[in-house]
Design a protein around this ligand. Structure first.
Ligand SMILES: *[C@@H]1O[C@H](CO)[C@@H](O)[C@H](O)[C@H]1NC(C)=O
Ligand SMILES: *[C@@H]1O[C@H](CO)[C@@H](O)[C@H](O)[C@H]1NC(C)=O
Ligand SMILES: *[C@@H]1O[C@H](CO)[C@@H](O)[C@H](O)[C@H]1NC(C)=O
Ligand SMILES: *[C@@H]1O[C@H](CO)[C@@H](O)[C@H](O)[C@H]1NC(C)=O
Ligand SMILES: *[C@@H]1O[C@H](CO)[C@@H](O)[C@H](O)[C@H]1NC(C)=O
Ligand SMILES: [Zn+2]
Length: 552
């Protein structure tokens, strides 16, 4: 009897220490002392050893909160910043990376959107999928309606590649870009991806496939399709795209013909005889003030006062990663953002801008976490610029992501450990990095003889280093967890709590008095019920409780 109690106690404590081993300093199995010292700063800030430090820090936070007043005026301007694939883990890792670029330990660093007054979590699932792609997610956060994977700007009645459903305008959803335009606001889109990639596409197109970016794409996958337009045509020929004041990003190839050169030795992809860059210029009232640019110098030289419409296509495909780009040729995301906001400041009725850090997602898909984190820092810089150029009184800025990824930040690396290169030991004498993926294209996880690969001698600091994965897939997948929403400006305080991703454009619509939520009125008469409907439900619930109480 006594023995079994002792045994239970023994197993109990074993179980506890199994989950949270007391010895959190890794043994570093095969790592030399020198490698350990190089990889972890291992020093703590003496100030952080005091009670006062933490109390002071918290008091400052409280005092900041006291000063935060909900703004209830109309949002004249709306900016939606989208970090493609910027999962909560990605934000944490990028924050550390950003701090370490400045030679700090990193964990305590703040990205600019960490300082926003209101945050919430958005649920990203799509109508037919637990995990979103950028197409159905874009439809949710830009048109306020959830739909099917790989489809954009159409309801869930339209399946993937269902061109007949796509041709039926009853199934089309309308985006916040359209609501803004109908209210006389200027609209612009900025991305580091192709301007016809899934996220920006959700501002202007209705399509049964995110991949139908040219006539040839449709021909390949739906040869019978008739009466539908590819994505690039929709951008140039239809409202709201054809009226966008600013379009900046990559993707010249889907605008140009197969035998047409883009000026940099790359051919177009179209087969329908339509040069859509020319068509874009021709569609403007005055060609003189429709400006088309293809590199950084040209962008920086744009005369804002003399330009009504600006099209900037800086790459035949997606723009290069910031770390791999020719900085004198390719503008940064913050440079594009600056130009877009300057163009928009001419709009008497205000504007809607969609600005995407698109390649965070691509870094992750390739297991190249270093590139992904660096793209988040660039995204942060663009937001920082936007804060300087706008006022919190009349501009609602929302920063969010479309979906998560499978990257984790794990182990117990010492404070200040290099977020990119630090190694920790496994219990079978191998090593793992702080960042790793559940799946993806990194074949280096295994040796040819089937045993696991020890990453100790890899060039882990290289920008394009592929981080370890558990399962091999050609492309790392998205993750299904909620993503964060950061908001600042009029009605930003509505974006708190946990909500469907579709709530984001609804709140922006309400804040700017445009689109579907323009006429929703604030009813503060009953603090617990937002609408009569909710009140009735409460009454029903109360009655049910009373009846059940009587029955029992
Ligand atoms: C950080 O330290 C490195 C190496 O000492 C140095 O080259 C770099 O300029 C420093 N960066 C900053 C932002 O201080
Ligand atoms: C653009 O061209 C139109 C037509 O020529 C003209 O009315 C308008 O003033 C021009 N806008 C600018 C900013 O020059
Ligand atoms: C970088 O871009 C500049 C400006 O376009 C160009 O002159 C230079 O040759 C490019 N450098 C490389 C290495 O391609
Ligand atoms: C790890 O290496 C040590 C020392 O060589 C050895 O004793 C131990 O059995 C190894 N552990 C595993 C799980 O291989
Ligand atoms: C598998 O290959 C790796 C790399 O060549 C080598 O280090 C390891 O010892 C091999 N393992 C076995 C079990 O042969
Ligand atoms: Zn993706």
């Amino acid at each position: 009897m006594r023995l079994s109690v002792l045994l239970l106690l023994f197993w109990g404590s074993r179980a506890l220490s199994r989950y949270h081993p007391r010895e959190i300093t890794p043994s570093y199995g095969p790592l030399s002392n020198e490698q350990v010292t190089n990889d972890t700063k291992g020093q703590t800030n003496p100030e952080e050893h005091t009670v006062k430090f933490w109390y002071d820090k918290s008091s400052a936070t409280l005092k900041g909160r006291f000063k935060t007043q909900p703004r209830e005026g109309v949002a004249k301007n709306l900016i939606l910043f989208l970090g493609d694939g910027m999962s909560p883990t990605t934000v944490t890792a990028a924050r550390i990376y950003f701090g370490q670029l400045a030679n700090k330990s990193g964990e305590e660093q703040e990205l600019i959107f960490d300082t926003f007054p209101y945050t919430g979590l958005s649920k990203t699932y799509c109508v037919n999928s637990q995990v979103a792609d950028s197409a159905c997610s874009g439809t949710a956060y830009l048109t306020g309606v959830k739909n099917n994977l790989h489809t954009i700007g159409v309801t869930a009645d339209v399946g993937y590649q269902d061109w007949r459903g796509m041709a039926n305008s009853d199934y089309h959803t309308s985006s916040i870009a359209q609501w803004a335009q109908e209210a006389g606001k200027g609209v612009g889109i900025v991305t580091t991806c192709k301007v016809t990639d899934a996220s920006p596409t959700a501002t202007y197109a209705n399509t049964a496939s995110r991949y139908w970016q040219t006539d040839q794409d449709i021909l390949k996958e739906a040869p019978d399709a008739q009466g539908i337009q590819d994505i690039t045509r929709q951008l140039v020929e239809n409202a709201p795209g054809k009226n966008f004041k600013v379009i900046l990003g990559g993707g010249r190839e889907t605008f140009l013909l197969m035998d047409q050169d883009d000026g940099y030795g790359n051919k177009g992809l179209r087969g329908d005889g339509k040069d859509l860059i020319q068509a874009w210029k021709d569609s403007k009232d005055s060609k003189d003030n429709a400006t088309y640019v293809t590199n950084r110098d040209q962008l920086l030289a744009v005369n804002v006062d003399k330009t009504d419409h600006l099209l900037g296509l800086f790459h035949h495909n997606h723009m290069d990663y910031h770390l791999e780009a020719n900085a004198s040729h390719q503008p940064t995301l913050w440079e594009m953002t600056t130009m877009a906001i300057k163009m928009m400041q001419k709009e008497e009725n205000g504007y809607f801008l969609f600005i995407e850090g698109g390649r965070i997602d691509h870094g992750h898909h390739d297991n190249k976490a270093h590139l992904a984190l660096d793209e988040v820092v660039e995204f942060h810089r663009a937001i920082e610029v936007a804060l300087h150029l706008t006022s919190e009184d009349d501009t609602l800025i929302v920063v969010t992501a479309d979906h998560a990824h499978t990257m984790t930040l794990s182990g117990y690396p010492s404070r200040g450990s290099d977020i990119i290169t630090t190694l920790q030991a496994t219990d079978d004498n191998m090593t793992y990095s702080t960042l790793s993926y559940a799946n993806g294209p990194n074949r280096n996880g295994f040796e040819k003889n089937g045993s696991r690969h020890n990453i100790v001698n890899d060039d882990r600091g290289a920008a394009d280093y592929r981080f370890p994965t558990t399962y091999y897939l050609e492309s790392e997948t998205h993750g299904g967890e909620d993503v964060a929403v950061y908001a600042r400006g009029p009605w930003a305080h509505l974006l708190v709590g946990v909500f469907e991703q579709t709530v984001i454009p609804h709140v922006m619509s309400f804040a700017a008095k445009i689109g579907p939520a323009a006429n929703i009125t604030v009813d503060k008469s009953n603090s617990t019920s937002a609408s009569p409907g909710v009140g009735n439900n409460m009454l029903g619930l109360t009655l049910t409780v009373i009846i059940l109480t009587i029955l029992y």
